[in-house]
Ligand binder design. Structure first.
Ligand code: NAD
Length: 483
C-alpha cells in the first residue's frame, strides 16, 4: 500500500506535523477518494505559530517597504513559474476545471502578491494642519502585530492570498488557516515562501477544522485582528467571540446576488455572461448571480435561449479541456445542493434543466451535478432567499424597475448585484438603491484590485481590496505637534 501524502503545517519557516498527531482525510472531488491527510491542528499548534509570528514581528514591522515589496513580488513570480503545478493541485483538491484554475485562481493568487507588493510602496498617511493653533497633526499607519487570516474552499489560494498579501505588506505577521476542505495549495505555497526569502515566522500556516484550529485562532488573546471569508453563520460566531475582545474584524460572508436583466440590454453579451455568472466554478463563487430577474417583455425569449445554452455546458472530469463544469467540492456540499433542488420542487419551482447528479464513467463516486435552472413563481421562496452556493439558479420575470428593485433587496444578503441595461439613468438610480457592496453594470466579475470589495447586511462587515485592505491591517495613530 502506498503511503498517504501528508500535508504539514508551516511554522517558523519549517514544515511540522501537528503536535497532537491528529489528521483529517482530504478527499478528491473527481472520484470521492481520500488522497492526502491534513493536520487537525490544536491550540498548541496555533500557539506555536503565534509565538513564531510574534518573534518575527519586531524585525518585519521595521523592514523597509521596498524590501517587503521585493519579497512579495518574488512570491508572485514563483507562483507564476509554478502555474501548472499549482493549477493541477487546486483542481484536484477543489474539483474545479484545471482550465479555470490555470486562467483564474493561480494567476489571481500571483496578482494578489504583486498588487500588494506594489501598493505598499504607494500607501501614505495624512497630515492635518490645525490652522490658527500652531499645530500639525500627522497620522501614523502602524502594523497591528500578529493577525489571523481564515479562508474558505471555493477559491482556495485566490482568497487565502487576498488576505495574506495585504497583511504582510503592511508589516504584520500572520497565523493563517486555509479551509480544511481544500488545504493543498496553501501547503504548496509554504515551499515558495522560503525560496522567495520571506523571513521565517512572518507567515505561519496552520491546517485544521474550523471548530478546532480556526476557533483557536479566533480566541487567541494576542491575535489582534481577524480577517475572515466564509459562511454567514460562521462569521456571526466569530464576531461573537472577537467583538468583546476588541479585535479588528473583517468579515466577507455569503451572498444571494440578483442578476437584473432589462429588455434594452446588449442581449448576446448579457446571455453569454449570465451563463458564466450563474455557473462559473460550479456556481461556487460568492459573487455568482444566483437570482435572475428578467423584464417580462423578453422573459420567454431569455428562458428559451438561456436554457439552451446551459444544456450545452459539459459536466466532466476537471482535467479534460472540454469540461465546463467540474465536480462540486465535497459530498457534504453536493448533498446540500441536491437538497435545495428538492426544496425548490416542493415549493412549486419548475426545473427547466438539470437537477440531477451526473455519474461519470470510471469516476462514479465523484461529486458531479448538472447545471440547474429553476423557474420560480415567487421571490420569497426558500431557494430564492437562501444561499445554495452551487450550480443552481432561479429565474422569474419582473414588471418594472420598482418591482425588481424591491425583490432584489428583499433578502438578508447584500454582496453584489448585476444590472443589464443601456439606460444610463436607470443604471444610476438602481446602483444607488441596491443593497450591495458591489454593483456590475453590463459586465460581471470584472475585478480591479484597487476597488473596495465586500458586502452589506448579512454579507459582511468591512472592505477588502486596495488601500482599504492596507487600512484594515494597520492602526491609525494621530500625532499632534505644537510649534
Ligand atoms: P465556512 O464558514 O464553513 O468556513 C470558512 C472558513 O472558516 C474555513 O477555513 C473553516 O475551517 C473556518 N471556520 C469554520 N468554523 C470556524 C470557527 N468556529 N472559528 C474559526 N474558523 C472557522 O465557509 P465555507 O463553506 O468554507 O465557504 C463557503 C461560504 O463562504 C459561502 O457562504 C460563501 O458565500 C462564502 N464566501 C464569501 C466570499 C466573500 O468574499 N464574501 C468569498 C468566498 C466565499
Amino acid at each position: 500500500m502506498t503511503k498517504m501524502k501528508k500535508i504539514q503545517n508551516f511554522i517558523n519557516g519549517k514544515f511540522t506535523n501537528p503536535i497532537s498527531n491528529n489528521w483529517i482525510d482530504n478527499y478528491c472531488p473527481f472520484n470521492g477518494e481520500v488522497y492526502s491527510l491534513t493536520p487537525n491542528s490544536s491550540k498548541e499548534d496555533v500557539e506555536s505559530a503565534y509565538q513564531s509570528a510574534e518573534f518575527a514581528f519586531t524585525l518585519w514591522s521595521q523592514t523597509t517597504l521596498e524590501e517587503r515589496s521585493r519579497i512579495l513580488i518574488k512570491i508572485s513570480e514563483l507562483l507564476e513559474k509554478n502555474l501548472e503545478r499549482f493549477a493541477e493541485a487546486e483542481s484536484r483538491d477543489n474539483g474545479k476545471p484545471i482550465s479555470l484554475a490555470k486562467a483564474i485562481d493561480i494567476p489571481r493568487a500571483a496578482s494578489n502578491f504583486r498588487f500588494f507588493g506594489n501598493a505598499i510602496t504607494q500607501f501614505a498617511s495624512e497630515s492635518h494642519e490645525s490652522v490658527g493653533q500652531n499645530a500639525i497633526n500627522y497620522t501614523l499607519r502602524q502594523p497591528i502585530g500578529v493577525v489571523g487570516c481564515i479562508s474558505p474552499w471555493n477559491l482556495p489560494l485566490y482568497l487565502f492570498t487576498w488576505k495574506i498579501a495585504p497583511a504582510i505588506a503592511a508589516g504584520n505577521c500572520v497565523v493563517a488557516k486555509p479551509s480544511e476542505v481544500t488545504p493543498m495549495t496553501a501547503y504548496l505555497l509554504s515551499e515558495i515562501l522560503n525560496e522567495a526569502g520571506l523571513p521565517k515566522g512572518v507567515l505561519n500556516i496552520v491546517h485544521g477544522l474550523g471548530t478546532t484550529t480556526g476557533q483557536a485562532i479566533v480566541v487567541h488573546p494576542n491575535i489582534k485582528a481577524i480577517s475572515f471569508t466564509g459562511g454567514t453563520t460562521t462569521g456571526a460566531h466569530i464576531a461573537k467571540i472577537a467583538a468583546p475582545m476588541f479585535k479588528k474584524l473583517s468579515l466577507e460572508l455569503g451572498g444571494k446576488n440578483p442578476n437584473i436583466i432589462f429588455a434594452d440590454c446588449d442581449y448576446e453579451n448579457m446571455l453569454e455572461t449570465t451563463v458564466r455568472s450563474s455557473f462559473a466554478n460550479q456556481g461556487q463563487i460568492c459573487l455568482c448571480g444566483s437570482r435572475i430577474f428578467v423584464e417580462a417583455s423578453i422573459y420567454d425569449k431569455f428562458k428559451t435561449d438561456f436554457v439552451k445554452k446551459v444544456k450545452q455546458l459539459k459536466v466532466g472530469h476537471p482535467a479534460e479541456s472540454s469540461t465546463d463544469i467540474g465536480a462540486l467540492v465535497s459530498r457534504l456540499h453536493l448533498d446540500k445542493v441536491l437538497s435545495y433542488i428538492e426544496i425548490g420542487k416542493k415549493e412549486g419551482g419548475k426545473i427547466l434543466c438539470g437537477g440531477n447528479q451526473v455519474i461519470i464513467y470510471n469516476y462514479e463516486n465523484g461529486y458531479y451535478l448538472e447545471p440547474t435552472v429553476i423557474e420560480v413563481n415567487s421571490d420569497e421562496c426558500r431557494i430564492n432567499q437562501e444561499e445554495i452556493f452551487g450550480p443552481v439558479v432561479t429565474i422569474m420575470p419582473f414588471k418594472n424597475e420598482d418591482d425588481v428593485l424591491h425583490m432584489a433587496n428583499k433578502v438578508k444578503y447584500g454582496l453584489s448585484a448585476t444590472i443589464w441595461t443601456n439606460n444610463l439613468k436607470r443604471t444610476m438610480r438602481l446602483s444607488n438603491q441596491l443593497h450591495a457592496g458591489i454593483v456590475w453594470v453590463n459586465t460581471w466579475m470584472l475585478r480591479d484590485l484597487r476597488t473596495p470589495f465586500g458586502g452589506v447586511k448579512a454579507s459582511g462587515v468591512g472592505r477588502e481590496g486596495g488601500f482599504e485592505a492596507l487600512r484594515f491591517f494597520t492602526e491609525a495613530k494621530n500625532v499632534c505637534v505644537k510649534y
